[in-house]
Design a protein around this ligand. Structure first.
Ligand SMILES: [Zn+2]
Ligand SMILES: [Zn+2]
Length: 834
């Protein structure tokens, strides 16, 4: 007989299988809606094609791939696509640096990363690949923009915007983290007044907030971050008339119940009233400038909330409409023009911040709330209670409970025409214009006669011109391309100029996962029936850093598409999983720290299976993972062992018919099968529950140890070939989600036909999985004496006898009287002695 090569060689096995898989485009293809199988849409967030996969990608994709393969084996119709979030600034930076056009740089990176993904053996349906920088995709960004424009969900306005000098573009609020650019941690964002397009995400603020309550499949951490970002606050708008001026100052307050205690009105340096006063008073104008400069400096440190508070009295007065009282108007550096109305009433007695300010500037402090009306002893100020407080010295509202007073006083304001109850949001509209080249052109033109004119649908896509000079200064690069800028007005046929800003790349990722369901549709973004079959996504997997950016934008986009009648679902994904980071020497991998581990190197040395499996084994998937090469080597040795054992017994296994069924089992055979079925039960449970793949893989390792222990029995024939066949077949199936190359190889080695990861997942046999021995702790007067082993299913009498006969137990009770014996079935035996 020919000696079979027994050495595990992933460098030979993996490329061979990759070639076979590549030759079969249907291998990972999702089936049509009518397949009769339940559907399962598993998705990892699409990468930016920077050039190479990093270990974070490897981890993210290994999780999704294990799940996709498991669900196939469970009989689901699985959709598992991949694409490229391929517009954005790095392509322009690379263009500047390497003198390569952004398109060329991006597409060659995509080709390289796709190659890496295939080398990893990831089970993507490449027929559905979505590349957001190509016209067949961004055409639909433009189409959606036009639909939003029609519904007044896209509009243009001038406002103060976040400007990153390094990006040379404006940023959305969501892209500013602690006052710094999300791409440039060291870059403090500037504010610039600019004309820009916005998406009216605030129209959906309440739905975005409420939806979070019915998304149990999303991590609480992400939902809390979104709640805080959306930031609903319920309050009242109250108009304070300004003496000597026509225009009142409208304040926003969440505590209108304290308004009788207002001793000043404070407005932001940029408030319209401040501007009016400044125009009348040069001295005041100077002070306002100072306060504004302080505010901007605080914004730049990223912590406007902790600004050292300064204010300046304007000498003007406002009138409290509830009691007709005159209160001074101040300008405060801590009042933000873009929060609420940019004006507040200051109630020092019942607000921490107002108390601090009033104490500093010696403003009157007036108590209008107390724990109850009659109390002699007043609480220390500021007294900010809401639930148990009642109003005092508050005119007709005296004696009311604070919470009820808020309602009544808001109504009072409305009845008398000087205010109303209102809700304000922290969430602002999404600024989507970018003064950059590599993005989706905004499909509008400017006509002298007709103003802003939408490009008609039949003229889409507005193509991004190819030949362009990128300088990263002096405005939008598209503005310098005459052929692009100069066009004709679709309305009047006269000369017009195109919009030269492009869209934020977060537009691309807001709906890409819908396009996967129908990626080649050229008449619509997608077919609604097809999308409704697949949506919502059953399991979305990605980094928590997207909690406020992509994961809010895509929820907004989903609701807009629903209201356009394109889809039925309210939310994009039923379950969201956020994996931990991959770190090395305790820090996030980065070039500057020199601690980057390249997936290519790992794969070259240990193979894709070992690299992927290590990424799943080294830590629970939701925790950070400290990369240790010895760990990868360990996994590689484990896979070698699997390979050696399987190839050793395969010839005998392949030679027999399917498993023997109700064969008589020897004790050694039974022991091995018990371990097998315990392992199957454990892994099956874990996939549907906690997703601690590390413990799944540890369980497979234990099974392999049991096989090694059983080698003599297998060699002697004590473990039958039929049992061997059952064990090795199941072992390969259990490994298929984690080590697809080796599983495919060993599946054939065992003589099985068909594709291993389309074979049914093994079922755990509960009877076989039961332990045949029970371990019962025996206590004497509540203290552990020993643990005894009894055959499973033994009667209470047998267990008592065994315990009393145990040497250690017998020694401890010698000379004493057994008063009673308490048995807790299968758990514990307690002997009470005197
Ligand atoms: Zn930047
Ligand atoms: Zn016109």
């Amino acid at each position: 007989m020919e000696e079979k090569q027994q050495r595990y060689n992933p460098a030979e096995i993996e490329p061979r299988w990759q070639q076979r898989w590549d030759a079969d485009p249907n291998l990972y293809a999702a089936e049509p809606a009518g397949s009769g199988k339940p559907k399962y849409y598993v998705l990892e967030m699409l990468p930016y094609p920077s050039g190479k996969l990093h270990m974070g990608h490897v981890r993210n994709y290994s999780i999704g791939d294990a799940l996709a393969r498991f669900m196939w084996m469970r009989g689901y119709n699985v959709l598992h696509p991949m694409g490229w979030d391929s517009f954005g600034l790095p392509a322009e930076n690379a263009a500047l640096k390497n003198n390569t056009p952004p398109r060329e740089w991006t597409l060659s990176n995509i080709a390289e990363m796709r190659k890496q993904m295939k080398r990893m053996g990831l089970s993507y349906d490449w027929e559905r690949e979505v590349t957001t920088c190509l016209p067949d995709y961004y055409k639909w960004n433009q189409w959606f923009f036009l639909r939003m424009f029609e519904k007044d969900l896209a509009y243009k306005k001038s406002s103060k915007l976040n400007w990153c000098p390094q990006c040379a573009t404006v940023l959305a609020n969501e892209q500013v983290i602690d006052g710094r650019c999300w791409r440039h941690e060291d870059q403090i964002v500037e504010l610039r007044e600019m004309d820009q397009w916005f998406f009216r995400i605030t129209r959906y603020a309440d739905q975005l907030l409420e939806g979070l309550d019915s998304m149990p499949g999303w991590p609480e951490k992400v939902r809390t971050m979104q709640r805080n970002w959306i930031g609903r606050s319920d309050g009242t708008l109250v108009d304070f008339a300004v003496e000597g001026h026509d225009c009142p100052i409208t304040v926003f307050t969440t505590r209108v119940d304290t308004i009788f205690g207002a001793t000043s009105v404070q407005v932001a340096p940029e408030h319209a009233a401040a501007k009016t006063f400044a125009a009348e008073d040069a001295e005041l104008a100077k002070k306002i400038e100072e306060l504004l400069a302080q505010q901007q400096a605080a914004r730049e440190t990223g912590d406007i909330g902790n600004i050292e508070k300064h204010g300046y009295p304007t000498g003007r007065f406002a009138v409290n409409p509830y009691n007709g009282e005159r209160v001074p108007i101040w300008i405060g550096n801590y009042i933000l023009a873009d929060y609420g109305t940019g004006a507040i009433m200051s109630v020092p007695a019942h607000d921490e911040r107002d108390f601090e300010f009033a104490t500093k500037y010696d403003l009157p402090i007036r108590r209008v709330l107390a724990p109850n009306v009659d109390m002699a002893e007043q609480p220390e100020l500021p007294y900010t209670a809401e639930d148990d407080a009642v109003l005092i010295d508050s005119g007709e509202f005296t004696g009311e409970a604070a919470l009820e007073a808020q309602q009544k006083m808001a109504k009072h304001a409305e009845t008398h025409g000087f205010g109303k109850a209102t809700v304000t949001w922290r969430l602002k509209d999404w600024g989507v214009s970018r003064q950059r080249y590599w993005g989706t052109p905004i499909p509008v033109v400017y006509c002298e006669k007709d103003g802003i004119v939408a490009v008609p649908d039949d003229q889409l896509p507005v193509l991004l011109p190819d030949n362009i000079e990128i300088t990263q200064q002096g405005g939008s690069p598209l503005g310098k391309v005459a052929e692009f800028v100069h066009t004709t007005c679709p309305k009047c046929g006269g000369p017009a100029r195109r919009e030269t800003d492009t869209m934020d790349t977060f537009v691309d990722s807001s709906w890409y996962f819908y396009r996967y369901t129908d990626a080649k549709n050229d008449g619509m973004p997608f077919d609604s029936a097809t999308t409704n079959y697949w949506f919502p996504i059953d399991q979305y997997i990605g980094g928590v850093e997207h909690a406020i950016l992509h994961l809010i934008y895509s929820r907004y986009w989903t609701k807009v598409m629903r209201d356009l009648g394109l889809i039925d679902n309210d939310e994009p994904a039923t379950r969201l999983f956020t994996q931990g980071m991959v770190i090395k020497n305790g820090a996030k991998m980065s070039k500057s720290k020199g601690n980057v581990v390249s997936p290519d190197d790992m794969i070259a040395q240990y193979g894709a299976d070992a690299t992927r499996m290590y990424a799943l084994f080294a830590a629970p998937p939701d925790r950070d993972l400290e990369w240790q090469e010895e760990g990868v080597a360990g996994i590689s040795r484990f896979l070698s062992r699997v390979y050696r054992l399987t190839t050793k017994y395969a010839p005998g296994i392949a030679a027999i018919e399917d498993t023997a069924g109700n064969q008589a089992l020897t004790p050694a055979g039974l022991k091995l099968l018990r371990k097998l079925h315990q392992t199957i039960a454990k892994i099956s449970q874990n996939f549907s529950g906690r997703w601690t793949f590390n413990t799944c893989i540890a369980a497979v390792m234990e099974l392999v140890n049991a096989i090694v222990d059983a080698e003599p029995a297998m060699d002697s024939g004590e473990v039958s070939t039929a049992t061997q066949k059952e064990v090795f077949t199941a072992l390969v199936l259990l490994l298929a989600p984690f080590a697809p190359f080796l599983s495919a190889e060993l599946w054939e080695v065992l003589g099985h036909s068909g594709v291993v990861f389309r074979h049914a997942w093994p079922e755990a046999d509960e009877e076989l999985a039961k332990e045949d021995e029970l371990e019962i702790p025996v206590q004497i007067n509540g203290k552990l004496a020993n643990v005894v082993k009894v055959p499973a299913g033994s009667s209470e009498d047998v267990i008592k006898e065994t315990a009393l006969a145990d040497e250690k137990v017998a020694a401890r009770i010698a000379g004493k009287t057994v008063v009673k014996i308490i048995y807790v079935p299968n758990k514990l035996l307690n002997i009470v002695v005197k």
